[in-house]
Design a protein around this ligand. Structure first.
Ligand code: FAD
Ligand code: SF4
Length: 461
């Protein structure tokens, strides 16, 4: 059979009516047969455009060839060489805009052939063969110690790379559980917690140490760290939520997506015996159009909201959320309203959140290309609700920068670095991830972590 005629393997999903009532993972994963069939569609292109589309440069054709030959452990080893968190990236990476976007298959027969589902195969390998992987002994100990502030994907990646080089990597994390957004932001139905624990355990076995409940810049100062450690990597994320400057955002029932998701995901407030309170509205309006908005809306449905509306100020095609997440949200009964900008959170008779007054927006094609331009109209209208969740962006966490005045910051409020080596203005202090760029993606923060680890290694020499 011609490679292009092998049927693309579609990820099986949990039924929407069942899944919207629980936190179980939605995509069910490939079987071995599906993974082997999908991998065998690879054309083994000479120039491997998929590799160029992968920010961390996994040898994708080799991974696919080994999978097609059922050499699964070797296939996973190929992935792990470049990526310490494959089970996570296989699930949350926007592959459709990265490796899969470049896949030659997707450009054949006028775009009617499905690009290879590279992420689904990465997930299959990491889910099923991690335990079989013989961890190569890290390089012999160098005696150097590096502190890392923040245990999100950037901190975990940098620590893993440094440990593999023989350095002692110690992560300090402000929260009581490691993972950053992977534990407090992305919900279980997209990233099960046992998967995250397993990836972190892999790093622990490599020698990475994790110290919880420690705020760098408060519990321990940067000066104290630099006395005890040979270098510091700051990857403290962008966890400070933005609220628009409109009346009523202080009302009971109105919150940021970060707060809502942290209560549910990190503090498990959705469980009956949880001591963390959770306000669940009968009608919830989520404002925003990115992955965070999708996660908040789908979580609101699962925690008991009867009607959930996502309101976005642009048009559907401009939404930054992954298409897959939007489709899943619609299947779960979430309503979408476009070209609406919030003007006021309206108070009900009890002084709590009672609705959102929206201004209708008008969209015009941008002659310079890119997203359409949007303009205010004269029309406003009110939607009644008792909960509002803002998913309208976040900024870098400021604590480390505030505690170290010689650390230069950039226009976005993040830490300023040389992107070639993630060096900051302070010798021995490196920074990366969302703490530098503002809210971005898991794979980009991982790329920063890898770049920083290389530069730290050079610095220590
Ligand atoms: P973070 O993951 O934010 O981790 C930073 C860590 O540092 C946190 O644990 C924080 O508690 C800790 N910290 C902060 N200050 C201090 C301090 N002073 N001392 C010690 N520790 C500190 N990206 C994707 O690619 N795909 C997705 O599907 C996706 N979905 C998302 C959904 C949500 C709800 C959110 C919020 C983000 C999503 N993202 C997604 C973005 C992605 O998760 C982030 O870009 C990524 O997690 C950034 O990693 P990081 O390591 O830089 O920071
Ligand atoms: Fe295989 Fe697609 Fe990569 Fe070509 S671009 S090597 S077909 S995965």
């Amino acid at each position: 059979m011609k490679k292009t005629d092998i049927p693309a393997q579609i990820m099986p999903l949990c039924d929407p009516e069942k899944r919207k009532k629980n936190m179980d993972e939605v995509p069910l994963g490939y079987t071995m047969e599906m993974a082997v069939t999908e991998a065998s569609r690879c054309l083994d292109c000479k120039n491997a455009p998929c590799v160029q589309g992968c920010p961390v440069g996994i040898d994708i054709p080799k991974m696919l060839k080994l999978t097609a030959e059922k050499k699964f452990t070797e296939a996973l080893e190929t992935v792990r060489k470049m990526n310490f968190l494959p089970a996570i990236c296989g699930r949350v990476c926007p592959q459709e805009n990265q490796c899969q976007k470049e896949c030659t298959l997707g450009k054949m027969k006028g775009g009617t052939v499905h690009p290879l589902s590279i992420g689904n195969i990465e997930r299959f390998l990491a889910d099923n063969y991690s335990d079989e992987l013989i961890i190569k002994k890290p390089a012999s100990p160098t005696g150097k110690k590096i502190a890392i502030a923040g245990s999100g994907p950037g901190g975990l990646t940098c620590a893993g790379e440094l440990a593999a080089m023989g350095h002692k990597a110690v992560i300090f994390e402000a929260l009581h559980k490691p993972g950053g957004v992977l534990i407090y932001g992305i919900p279980e139905f997209r990233l099960p917690r046992y998967i995250l624990s397993r990836e972190i355990e892999f790093l622990r076995r490599l020698g990475v140490e994790l110290v919880m409940n420690t705020i760098v810049g408060k519990t321990i100062t940067v000066d104290e760290i630099l006395k005890e450690y040979d270098a510091l990597y700051v990857t403290t994320g962008a966890g400070v939520p933005h609220f628009p400057d409109i009346p009523g955002t202080h009302l009971y029932g109105t919150s940021s997506a970060n707060e809502f998701l942290t209560r549910v995901n990190l503090m498990e407030a959705w469980k009956k015996d949880s001591r963390t309170p959770l306000f669940v509205g009968k009608t919830t309006i989520v404002i925003g159009g990115g992955n965070v908005a999708m996660d908040a809306a789908r979580t609101a449905t699962r925690t008991g909201s009867e009607r959930v509306i996502v309101a976005y100020r642009r048009e559907e095609h401009d939404m930054p959320a992954r298409r897959e997440e939007v489709i899943h949200a619609k299947e779960e009964g979430i309503e979408f309203m476009f070209l609406l900008s919030p003007e006021k959170i309206v108070e009900n008779e009890h002084g709590h959140t009672g609705g959102v007054l929206f201004r209708k927006m008008r969209s015009e094609k941008n002659p310079e290309g890119g997203k359409n331009r949007i303009f205010d109209t004269d029309e406003t209208f009110l939607i009644d609700c008792d909960a509002v969740i803002f998913a309208t962006g976040t900024s870098p966490n400021p604590i480390v920068a505030k505690s170290l005045p010689s650390l230069t910051t950039n226009k976005a409020g993040g830490i300023a670095v040389d992107m070639n080596n993630m060096k900051t203005s302070v010798p021995g202090v490196f920074a990366g991830g969302d703490a530098v760029s503002g809210a971005a993606t898991v794979i980009l923060t991982m790329l920063h972590g890898k770049t920083a680890a290389k530069a730290i290694n050079e610095f220590l020499k």
